[in-house]
Design a protein around this ligand. Structure first.
Ligand code: WTA
Length: 667
């Protein structure tokens, strides 16, 4: 491996970092001849796309989607960095995901095999889905939702969640799904940012064997002040008691079940917003990433078909993501349904009621394609090979990974224990902002390397650049950038075009800055190394250090806080917080245990349980530069029990000694 310096802000640039492992990883897995012979993707796809990238996307859009008005223009980049794709074409996302399959005589095909956590099941064919989505669309209209109005969705992973998203798409009302694990506070700010008119929720969902309430968080969110909300539509899932606001709250069974099952999808422009999805950025305020219709659906369908080798007639596909994340949008709802796939959705956790639940589901439905996150893989790996060993997993033929870098050991385990040493693995890199997969091996084509996402897909242009935006040679490391617009790219941050330009397009002129560190190996394949900004990735979920810091300082005990993502064997990264407590009746008088519990609960209340720090370290000072910027890099060294790195730019160089001695005394 050539020795090229890596900018110091890139994770793994320290000798103790994870990069060393990756550099020595030389196992290779060529595709089998049988798989290659039947694969949707063939090697010539790269040449085709390279010869005429824009024309290639136009072909995909025409082949994979039905347009009510065909487009004549493919890409308009004159308003960069906001792209317009297929802009004079018109279509409807729900029509493409549902109706056209029924019209083509495939109405009897199962669209969703729903498996509730408690073992209850529902099967919805495409014809069923068409009726349900039409009813829900009629109900939304009756509740006053029109084309262009925003709808917030706060639901468990039940069929109604998919139906609601598609009903919104059918009438052209952009949806904003908020993950059910987010707090009332987080929900309230997202409702307000998008000015949602309607909130769709449930009494509760099943989580770890118990009914877990959702409606109270909606009531609380609205009580905080959400002037745009007119109605709340409530699905009865658990049957638990709910508080009811007459005139505002409406039962799903009253509004939807009684509605007509005939509805004509609204014809929409390709650039009509399809959804907003909030994600953490480097500041405290989450960003409303918004996606439009034609380009997003094109890339969702194309990637789902080529990366997973989907054969809609025979495959049973299962993506374990919740619809609260972008993976659930693109690879549970839009990609698979536009492609007419049969898929499994599962409401609960992998260990309820037992640790073999996922594998039992694979066996029960004969799942052929499985798409999940490295954290889940590492957790199952910890539970032991015997658990998946009790089930018949021979139906599986493609395995996917997403959300965070997958370490080679987890990759190998996934292939060996789950994939029977037979299945190709696709390690897919993308983001909420990119809308769909960007970098991934193609099954049947790519010789895979454990731990590497490897190559930009045909039609996608990516590179790794140094601080000066120069492409690094093979063997070098730097920042991942996307060098050409792509169909499913975000069209902006809802209500904040400046922040969009600033966040993604100001670091390197004319290049999209992804916020990830990356390295090219000697073959030019890309290895992702983790975030280079103040975004953490915990269990594949994006969290902002600043957002958690502001939650911590909003507690009366806390004077100052700094948060870092420390590497964690299971969750990839874990939240570690350093806090300075207030004296005089504040937190400084409490016991360490009290402080831990109180502050962890506080973060859960402010943001959601996923943001709870693994560890809270009470310190007397925080390391800051002369300009007052907290040096998180040094705190990360402490949190990861490493020798503290270069501290010469600190305003007060003794601070790190103080922290180290304070922690030693306290432990
Ligand atoms: C990380 C999830 C390495 C990355 C689809 C990115 C990955 C962030 C991978 C986006 C991968 C996603 N290998 N890192 N295969 N996939 N990431 O928006 O840091 O929730 O920037 O989208 O996850 O997270 P998001």
């Amino acid at each position: 491996m050539t020795d090229i310096p890596i900018p110091s802000s890139i994770p793994g640039s320290e000798s103790a970092g994870g990069l060393e492992n990756l550099l020595t990883e030389d196992r290779r897995f060529p595709p089998s001849a049988e798989f290659a012979a039947q694969a949707n993707a063939q090697r010539d796809l790269y040449a085709w796309a390279a010869a005429d990238r824009v024309g290639f996307w136009a072909d995909q859009a025409r082949e994979l989607l039905d347009w009510s008005t065909p487009f004549s223009e493919t890409l308009d980049w004159s308003g960069a960095p906001v792209a317009r794709w297929f802009a004079d074409g018109k279509l409807n996302a729900a029509y493409n995901a549902v109706d056209r399959h029924v019209e083509a005589g495939r109405g009897d095909r199962v669209a969703l095999h729903f498996e509730g956590e408690g073992g209850d099941t529902r099967t919805l064919t495409y014809a069923d889905l068409q009726r349900e989505v039409s009813k829900a669309a009629n109900a939304l209209v009756a509740l006053g939702v029109g084309t262009g109005d925003r709808v917030a969705i706060y639901l468990p992973l039940i069929p109604e969640a998919v139906v609601t998203m598609l009903a919104c798409a059918r009438i052209g009302a952009p949806h904003s799904v908020v993950f059910g694990g987010f707090s009332a506070e987080a929900l309230s700010s997202r409702i307000n940012d998008a000015e949602a008119k309607l909130v769709v929720t449930a009494d509760g969902g099943y989580r770890r064997g118990a009914a877990s309430a959702l409606k109270p968080a909606v009531d609380e969110a609205i009580a905080k002040g959400t002037p745009s909300v007119e109605k709340v539509l409530v699905v009865k899932r658990t049957g638990q008691d709910v508080a009811w606001t007459e005139g505002r709250d409406v039962w799903w069974s009253d509004a939807v079940d009684t509605a007509s099952d005939q509805h004509t999808p609204v014809e929409l422009e390709a650039e009509h917003p399809l959804f907003i999805l909030y994600t953490s950025g480097t500041t405290g305020k989450p960003k409303g990433i918004f996606h439009t219709t034609g380009g997003y659906l094109t890339q969702a369908a194309y990637t789902h078909r080529t990366v997973f080798d989907l054969k809609p007639e025979t495959d049973v596909y299962w993506c374990t993501a919740d619809i609260g994340w972008v993976t659930g949008h693109t690879y549970v709802v839009y990609g698979p349904l536009v492609n007419g796939a049969t898929q499994v959705i599962y409401e609960g956790t992998p260990d309820t009621p037992h640790r073999g639940r996922w594998w039992e589901i694979v066996q029960k439905y004969g799942v052929t394609i499985l798409y999940t996150a490295p954290t889940a893989i590492r957790t199952c790996m910890k539970w032991g090979d015997e658990i998946p060993g009790q089930f018949d997993l021979s139906s599986l033929r493609v395995l996917g990974s997403v959300g965070e870098p997958i370490n080679p050991e987890a990759w190998i385990w996934y292939r060996r224990v789950i994939g029977g040493d037979r299945t190709p693995i696709v390690d897919t890199w993308w983001q909420t902002e990119t809308g769909a997969i960007m970098i991934s091996p193609l099954p049947g084509v790519t010789e895979t390397k454990p731990g590497s996402a490897q190559v930009p897909l045909p039609g996608i242009a990516a590179d790794v650049v140094d601080d000066e935006a120069h492409s690094v040679p093979n063997g070098g490391g730097g920042y991942l950038v996307l060098t050409e617009p792509w169909p499913s790219m975000l069209r902006g941050i809802w209500g904040d075009p400046e922040r969009y330009a600033d966040t993604y397009w100001s670091r390197f002129e004319g290049l999209y800055f992804a916020g990830d560190g990356a390295k090219k190996d000697d073959d030019g394949d890309i290895w992702l190394l983790g975030r280079v900004d103040d975004v953490m990735n915990v269990s594949g979920h994006r969290l902002s250090t600043t957002e958690i810091e502001s939650a911590l300082v909003s507690h009366p005990w806390v004077a100052e806080a700094a948060v870092v993502g420390a590497s964690d064997d299971t969750t990839g990264q874990a939240v570690v917080a350093f806090v300075i407590l207030r004296g005089g009746g504040g937190g400084a008088d409490r016991s360490g245990e009290d402080v831990q519990k109180e502050l962890r609960d506080h973060v859960a209340k402010e943001i959601g349980p996923i943001a709870k720090p693994r560890q809270i370290l009470v310190v007397a000072e925080l390391p800051k530069t002369r300009s007052g910027k907290i040096m998180r890099r040094l705190l990360r060294d402490v949190a990861e029990h490493r020798q503290v790195g270069d501290a010469t730019t600190l305003a007060d160089a003794s601070v790190m000694d103080l922290i180290a001695s304070g922690l030693a005394a306290g432990s």
